[in-house]
Ligand binder design. Structure first.
Ligand SMILES: C[S@@+](CC[C@H](N)C(=O)[O-])C[C@H]1O[C@@H](n2cnc3c(N)ncnc32)[C@H](O)[C@@H]1O
Length: 236
């Protein structure tokens, strides 16, 4: 990999970074994303944060190999611990589960002052990020769904100072499916939720066959509700 090349997934994340940002890419692994953003002149400086030793060394090596040490600070630490308050104007967190991403944001809340935009790319459980954003007064301003190498990814973009609320009175469905993605309802969206729907029907059959417990009843109720949301969204 050199900075000319980036996966479609990371390209999509980069496309939402405001030009001239000071970027923090948390869980940066090889630091491909900040290298690309700096190399292309999209950001003025970047921080690549990594908690695990191997990926941290890969990030250091990549930045050195590309001669970008003057622009990218590679830091080892957990989540937003690597940042000073107000340091990053845009934060990207990509390629992890939505629960982990929201935990990282929750634990590092005090570092978000001065951050204007979050670009978050959960592999699963985007619902937890949407909930965290609402609870913490971040407004979802855009969403994208894409497929690469047979996998489907969502990208969520949020801003602090934004007036428009993307949610309607169908909020529970929108938290699950994404208010922007539901409206767009493109082929990738349909593919993702058709597959989830089939999976839930299999789970429901198994739960119904395995007898009643309180938690199984609750799970069944949730899956039936979610299935209705998907049926409604895909029927439009
Ligand atoms: C699957 S990789 C994704 C790498 C890159 N962001 C991408 O999207 O291609 C996830 C990376 O996040 C790192 N990571 C996981 N939890 C973290 C945390 N709490 N703080 C910093 N990095 C973390 C992992 O070590 C791993 O390198």
């Amino acid at each position: 990999m050199n900075s000319e090349n980036l996966s479609k997934r990371l390209h999509t994340v980069v496309s939402y970074i405001p030009k001239g940002s000071v970027l923090a890419d948390i869980g940066s692994d090889h630091a491909y994303l900040p290298c690309y953003a700096v190399y292309k002149g999209l950001v003025q400086a970047a921080i690549a944060g990594e908690v695990v030793d191997g990926p941290f060394k890969s990030a250091q090596n990549q930045v050195k190999q590309e001669g970008l040490e003057g622009f990218i600070s590679v830091r080892k630490g957990d989540g937003l611990d690597v940042l000073n308050p107000g340091e990053a104007t845009c934060i990207t967190i990509a390629g992890m589960g939505g629960t982990l991403i929201s935990n990282i944001l929750e634990r590092g809340k005090d570092k978000l002052e001065g951050t204007k935009r979050l670009v978050l790319q959960p592999n699963i459980q985007a619902i937890n990020i949407r909930k965290w954003l609402i609870e913490n007064d971040w407004i979802l301003v855009a969403e994208e769904i894409l497929e690469e190498d047979g996998k489907i990814y969502e990208v969520l973009v949020a801003e602090k100072d934004h007036e428009e609320n993307p949610y309607s009175d169908n909020k529970e469905a929108e938290l699950l499916l994404g208010p922007f993605l539901m409206k767009e309802c493109n082929d990738v969206f349909k593919k993702k939720w058709n597959a989830e729907y089939k999976h839930w029907q299999d789970i429901l059959k198994q739960l119904q066959a395995s007898g009643k417990t309180e938690s199984s009843e609750e799970k069944q109720e949730q899956l039936k509700r979610y299935s209705r949301f998907v049926e409604e969204a895909l029927s439009k």
